[in-house]
Design a protein around this ligand. Structure first.
Ligand code: HEM
Length: 453
């Protein structure tokens, strides 16, 4: 079992003032927490007159995401404001009846039998990376974060659009997303703490230009998709949801918005997970060794298959443990719809409720050695199963990530296929730290050396 404790930001002895919270959070959302935040079960404070609560134990997480979820399904006002120009009423930011209708229509597209088909694309693209890396001189240094970013962007592009999106359009769309994201990341702390709408938080001009470009490309691809007819891509499945009964149909604009949501939500999270997994393994030789033993056995007969996923239990445990230590979405933020009471405290409508995977996943009450890297805790035969409301990298309840299975299969297969062929080592003296804005990723692109096995 590994003894490795990856570095984490300093924890304060005493709570910060609201102004300090905002100042620290602007730079790094992980830098605001006290030692006590990893022990307490429910917390509340006021920031700029808005009450902010933190659900920090399984019972309260269950209350807000399952038992009383309708009251907590609305994203924070700033999150909606920042993403609306790009996503319109897309799944990620809609709520109420619109969200329910779209969610019900799309959920079947992420069922296991579909993921099995998409896994062919995951495997095909990863094998192309094996070819690409094989041509490099052993010991070449690559920036692992952007490398994993292009790998997962390629996978989601082909899953959504097949080969319809040529290389040039794919590059344009990836670049425009990066521009949009860079602009909305200006909003950082405001998103989560529900700052009043007058606080200037983002560069609208740049964001709107990027959004317009993305809309144009996706509209074109949709038009081509209609001509191309039936294919086993997500765009083809979504296009079949056009027209028909009012309640059972999506308009062209809604389809475009949903495709953009899936592209946006569907690559950076997995890329960050893979990058962190490479870093963690490079510091824990016994974990790396156990992974190699597993992938050499399970993938011995050549190309990987969807069915291999079931046998890659240790690979999957590494991904689960990586998602625990470095949840790509470290804070989930909601606007409270109507008054509620939790643990005897009044929760007024309009306040902000946070569920913070960063805290829950390292909570002293719910985890053994919470800051250690121990994939074994996620093995099927582990003595103590993680509490499902204290482990929420994909969220939980009706609004859980629609592609939880897709993301887990993708991260596991990509890691297994690459690890069968290569080791990644950290150049001596490199200090790895994090960058936490909307998502949690390794800072400075994570340069690592590629060694063929
Ligand atoms: C390791 C990979 C992934 C992680 C950790 C992850 C995590 C999450 C989380 C935490 C949420 C909830 C956000 C919130 O409530 O504020 C979410 C929602 C969502 N995710 Fe993922 N995700 C991953 C991969 C993917 C992929 C690959 C796709 C698409 C193919 C995707 C599509 C979505 C969508 C559409 C939603 C919104 C669902 C709704 O609101 O009903 N995710 N994801």
């Amino acid at each position: 079992m590994s003894d490795f404790i990856p570095p984490y930001p300093k924890r304060h002895k005493k709570p910060l003032s609201p102004l300090k919270i905002l100042r620290y959070a602007r730079r790094d959302l992980l830098s605001i927490w006290t030692e006590n935040s990893f022990r307490r079960q429910f917390m509340g404070t006021k920031i700029f007159n808005r009450s902010v609560f933190i659900a920090n134990c399984p019972e309260v997480v269950k209350h807000v995401f399952v038992t009383n979820h309708a009251n907590y399904e609305r994203k924070s006002p700033q999150m909606r404001k920042a993403l609306e120009p790009l996503l319109g009423d897309g799944l990620f930011i809609s709520d109420g009846e619109t969200w329910k209708k779209h969610r019900n229509l799309e959920a079947p597209l992420f069922a296991s039998e579909h993921v099995a088909k998409y896994s062919k694309i995951m495997i095909e693209v990863t094998e192309e990376y094996v070819q690409k890396w094989s041509k490099l001189k052993p010991g070449t240094t690559l920036n692992v974060l952007p490398e994993m970013g292009t790998l997962t962007a390629e996978i989601i592009c082909r899953t959504l659009f097949g080969n319809q999106l040529g290389t040039q359009q794919a590059e344009e769309i990836i670049q425009s997303f990066a521009q949009y994201q860079a602009a909305i990341e200006q909003m950082d702390s405001g998103t989560f703490f529900g700052l009043p709408n007058w606080v200037p938080t983002m560069k609208w001009g740049k964001a709107k230009t990027a959004a317009t470009k993305i809309h144009k490309i996706v509209d074109n691809v949709i038009a081509e998709g209609i001509k191309a007819g039936n294919q086993d891509t997500l765009i083809a499945h979504l296009l079949r949801l056009r027209g028909g009964e009012a309640n059972d149909a999506l308009t062209m604009q809604e389809i475009r918005n949903e495709l953009i949501v899936l592209f946006m939500a569907g690559h950076e999270t997995t890329a960050n997970t893979l990058a962190w997994a490479w870093y963690l393994m490079s510091q824990a030789p016994e974990v790396e060794h156990r992974l190699h033993t597993e992938v050499d056995k399970v993938l011995a007969s050549g190309s990987a298959q969807f069915d291999d996923f079931a046998n890659l239990t240790y690979t999957r445990a590494i991904i689960d443990e990586t998602l625990r230590l470095y949840p790509p979405v470290p804070i989930l933020s909601r606007e409270v719809c109507s008054d509620d009471t939790i643990r005897g405290r009044d929760i007024p409508a309009g306040s902000i409720m946070l569920v913070v995977p960063w805290l829950l996943h390292r909570h002293e009450l719910y985890w053994y050695k919470p800051n250690h890297f121990i994939p074994e805790r996620f093995l099927p035969n582990a003595e103590k199963k993680p509490n499902k409301f204290a482990y929420v990298p994909f969220s939980v309840g009706p609004r859980v990530c629609i592609a939880k299975l897709f993301g887990t299969v993708e991260a596991s297969l990509c890691l297994a296929i690459l690890a069968k062929n290569f080791r990644l080592t950290l150049p001596q003296g490199t200090q790895v730290t994090h960058d936490c804005r909307l998502t949690l990723r390794p800072k400075d692109n994570l340069p690592m050396q590629i060694i063929p096995r």
